[in-house]
Design a protein around this ligand. Structure first.
Ligand SMILES: NC(=O)c1ccc[n+]([C@@H]2O[C@H](COP(=O)([O-])OP(=O)(O)OC[C@H]3O[C@@H](n4cnc5c(N)ncnc54)[C@H](O)[C@@H]3O)[C@@H](O)[C@H]2O)c1
Length: 391
C-alpha cells in the first residue's frame, strides 16, 4: 500500500478545503467533514477518495461509487456531497452509524473490457478501507456490485453489501422498495386518512431493480399502477408479472395521466419546475419514490408544499437499502432488517407532523430531525463515554 494522506495531494477547487473544515458556527448545519482521505496505489492504478462526514452516531457507513469523473476535483466534490447525505440518511433511519462515502476515479468496466476495474485495484482499495480501522464501512453504489465487495472483503473487515454466499445481504433493492412502500402508505395516511393505496392511481417512473418490486407491493395493495421506463426489457418484466399494469411512453405522459401519487424511481433531479407544474395541472397530491436527490434545486420543496403536494423526502423513504446493508454488520437477518425498514412508516408520519407544526416543507423537517438526532446522540456519547474513542 502507498500514500494514505489527508487532503493535500491534488489541487482541489478553491474553497473546498475551507468547506471541509467548516463548523456549524460558520456554515450551514451539517457542513464540514471529519476526515477526507486520498488513496493512491500506483501498481493497480487505484485513485480513490474516502470522505467521512460524521461519526457522531457511529462508524461512517456509505457505498463506493466507481465513476469516470471529468476531474479529480469533481470526484472530491461528489465524495463530500454524498458522504454528507449518508449522515442524514443513516440518522433518520435510526441507525447507530455515521455518514461516509467513497469514490473510485475511473471507468467501472472490467479491465478485460477496456475499463479500470481489476482484482488488484479492488484489493488495494480494500487495504485503504482497512487502514481506517472501522471508522468507515463500505458498500455498493453506482458502478460497484456485490461481487466487487466480495473482492474488497478479501483485504478488509469493514465491508457490507457482499453476496449471500459470503455471508452478505445481497440485493438491497428488495428492502429499498419495501421502505418506499411504507413511506407511501404513510403519505396516504397523512393525505387521505388511511394507510393504503387501494383505489389510488400510482405512477412509477423507472421500473428497474427497485421500481419493479415497488409495483408488486402496489398491485398487492389494490392500487391502479401506471409505469414508464426507457428500457423495454424493464417494462416487459413488469408486464409479465402484472399484466394489468398500464404502460405509458415517457415521464411526461405519466405525469399527465391524472395520478394520485407520483413515484420517481429512476434518476436524480426528477422534481424540477416543469414537473411541479405538471403535477399541479394533473391534480397529483403525493410524491414518494426511490430515486436519490429528487429535488432538482433548492426551493422545489417549498414550491411543492405551497401547491399542496405532499413530498415524502427521498433519503428517508429509500433508506431500506442502507438498513439492509447495515444489518449485515452484525450478521444478516432479513426479518430483523425488514422490521427496521417497517419503521419508515412511523418516521414519515412524524416528519409530516413536524413539518405541519413548524410550518416548513417535509424536506426541511427531515433535515432538522436528522440534525437533532446527530446533536443529541453525539452529546450523549460525550457525556457517557468521556475520553472514549468515537466511531
Ligand atoms: N437499489 C437500491 O437499493 C437503492 C437504494 C436507495 C436509492 N436508490 C435509488 O433508486 C433509483 C433506482 O435505483 P435502481 O437500483 O432501481 O436502479 P436501476 O438502474 O435498476 O433502475 C432504474 C430504472 O430507471 C430507468 N430509467 C432511466 N432513465 C429513465 C427515464 N428518463 N425515464 C424512465 N425510466 C428511466 C432505467 O431504464 C432502469 O430500468 C436510483 O435513483 C437509485 O439511486 C436505489
Amino acid at each position: 500500500m502507498t500514500d494514505v494522506r489527508t487532503v493535500s495531494a491534488t489541487h482541489p477547487a478553491p474553497g473546498v478545503l475551507s468547506r471541509i473544515f467548516r463548523t456549524e458556527q460558520d456554515g450551514a448545519p451539517g457542513d464540514g467533514h471529519e476526515q477526507v482521505v486520498l488513496c493512491h496505489d500506483r501498481a493497480s492504478g487505484l485513485k480513490a477518495i474516502i470522505a467521512i462526514h460524521s461519526t457522531a452516531l457511529g462508524p461512517a457507513l456509505g457505498g463506493t461509487r466507481f465513476h469516470q469523473y471529468a476531474s479529480e476535483e469533481e470526484a472530491l466534490e461528489d465524495a463530500l456531497r454524498l458522504s454528507r447525505g449518508m449522515s442524514y440518511k443513516n440518522a433518520l433511519a435510526g441507525l447507530d452509524l455515521g455518514g461516509g462515502k467513497a469514490v473510485i476515479i475511473g471507468n467501472p468496466a472490467a479491465k478485460a473490457e477496456g475499463g479500470d476495474k481489476s482484482e488488484a485495484l479492488l484489493r488495494a482499495y480494500g487495504r485503504f478501507v482497512q487502514s481506517l480501522a472501522g471508522r468507515y464501512i463500505t458498500a455498493c453504489d453506482v458502478g460497484t456490485y456485490v461481487q466487487d465487495m466480495d473482492v474488497v472483503a478479501r483485504e478488509c473487515d469493514y465491508v457490507t453489501g457482499r453476496s449471500p454466499e459470503q455471508g452478505g445481504a445481497g440485493d438491497s433493492s428488495i428492502l429499498t422498495a419495501f421502505g418506499v412502500f411504507q413511506g407511501m402508505r404513510a403519505s396516504a395516511q397523512a393525505r387521505w386518512g388511511t394507510p393504503t393505496l387501494r383505489g389510488k392511481r400510482v405512477g412509477v417512473a423507472g421500473v428497474g431493480k427497485v421500481g419493479h418490486y415497488l409495483v408488486g407491493h402496489l398491485v398487492a395493495d389494490g392500487a391502479t399502477v401506471v409505469i414508464t421506463d426507457v428500457s423495454e426489457t424493464a417494462v416487459n418484466r413488469v408486464r409479465a408479472a402484472h399484466p394489468d399494469v398500464e404502460v405509458v411512453a415517457d415521464s411526461q405522459a405519466l405525469l399527465a395521466s391524472s395520478l394520485d401519487v407520483y413515484a420517481p424511481c429512476a434518476l436524480g433531479g426528477a422534481l424540477d419546475d416543469d414537473t411541479v407544474g405538471a403535477l399541479t395541472a394533473a391534480g397529483t397530491s403525493v410524491v414518494c419514490g426511490a430515486a436519490n436527490n429528487q429535488l432538482a434545486h433548492p426551493g422545489v420543496e417549498k414550491d411543492l408544499a405551497d401547491r399542496g403536494i405532499l413530498y415524502a423526502p427521498d433519503y428517508l423513504v429509500n433508506s431500506g437499502g442502507v438498513i439492509q446493508v447495515a444489518d449485515e454488520i452484525d450478521g444478516f437477518n432479513f426479518e430483523r432488517a425488514k422490521n427496521k425498514a417497517t419503521k419508515i412508516f412511523d418516521t414519515t408520519l412524524e416528519i409530516f407532523t413536524r413539518a405541519a407544526s413548524d410550518g416548513v416543507p417535509p424536506a426541511v423537517a427531515a433535515d432538522r430531525l436528522a440534525e437533532l438526532r446527530m446533536r443529541e446522540i453525539s452529546a450523549l456519547r460525550t457525556i457517557l463515554l468521556p475520553g472514549a474513542r468515537r466511531g
